[in-house]
Design a protein around this ligand. Structure first.
Ligand code: ZN
Length: 295
């Protein structure tokens, strides 16, 4: 990000700070503080990319988040959303894909600080060592985690989650068998290899166009506890706890700070709802109801 853009974000943050403080205070008072879920990819100091953050930056993120928010697991995040009660803004940490370098400093740091995290990996890439599709043509292809590393992460208290077999864009898959393999069989294979039950699934790419209603159903039928998207929404107590909306963790701290203290623009991001639920969903989100009561 350019210095100018970073400066603009700081100016925007400063100008909207009074609004943010008021919003967060009102929310906390009625137990409706947001639950935010971050997704990181690769934490490494060499070969930077738009999905890489340095170890130093990552530690700075954890320091800042820890000073202002409560770290929670995905399970605890869901519990608060389902209970419709969260008195303090909370943040859950997740990773996508499965980059080996994360095991050098980032994962040990989380373990040392007892910060819960969920680590989503693409089963086929892990088993074959094949680079992820978004790196296939890159000059540098970052090494992929091994199964042994995932077992160590699990043994250290991290939770392993599923991320399809080969990082498929499920929004483009309409073949039932192919979808079943990417969503269900890849998840079962991962559980068998890691020796841990898999409870969560994250959609690769994670934008609304990359989601798939049938995949939501398959995850429910398979007994998973929840699925994650990645288009940047917040999770408000009272919303659907099965679908967890996530925010990009990779960028600079100024952007993260802007998002986690509630960017008014991000509040209007529409929540993706599968077709079957759209029919029964109420038009008003918890957010609208709560603000309506308070203002
Ligand atoms: Zn991914």
């Amino acid at each position: 990000m350019s210095i100018l853009r970073e400066r603009l974000i700081d100016v925007y943050y400063g100008a909207t700070l009074p609004w943010r403080l008021r919003w967060n205070h009102r929310r906390a008072r009625v137990g409706l503080s947001p639950v935010m879920i971050l997704f990181y990819h690769r934490v490494a100091d060499d070969n930077p990319s738009s999905w890489t953050i340095s170890n130093r930056q990552f530690e700075k993120h954890l320091d800042w988040i820890g000073a202002h928010f409560e770290f929670v697991s995905l399970e605890e995040a869901q519990r608060r959303i389902a209970l419709r009660y969260n008195p303090r803004p909370a943040v859950a940490i997740t990773f996508d894909d499965g980059y080996a370098e994360n095991c050098e400093q980032a994962i040990p740091l989380l373990v040392k600080r007892k910060i819960p995290f969920t680590y989503f990996v693409s089963t086929g890439n892990i088993l074959t060592g094949k680079p992820f599709p978004h790196e296939a043509d890159a000059a540098f292809q970052a090494p992929v985690n091994t199964i042994e590393q995932l077992r160590n992460i699990s043994a250290a208290g991290g939770e392993i989650g599923a991320h399809t077999r080969f990082h498929a864009d499920l929004g483009a898959v309409d073949n039932e068998d192919e979808l079943y393999d990417e969503v269900v069989l890849a998840t079962r294979d991962l559980a068998a290899e890691v020796g841990q039950s898999i409870r969560y699934f994250a959609f690769p790419y994670g934008l609304p166009k990359n989601l798939n209603d049938r995949a939501f159903e398959m995850c429910r039928e398979e007994g998973l506890l929840g699925v994650c998207s990645a288009y940047g929404g917040y999770n408000m107590p009272g919303e659907d706890p099965f679908h967890l909306q996530r925010i990009h963790g990779d960028p600079e701290l100024s952007r993260l700070r802007n998002w986690l203290t509630i960017d008014p623009r991000k509040l209007s991001v529409p929540r993706y709802t599968p077709e079957a639920m759209r029919a029964v969903a109420t038009p008003e989100s918890c957010e609208q109801e709560a603000v309506g009561v308070m203002v």
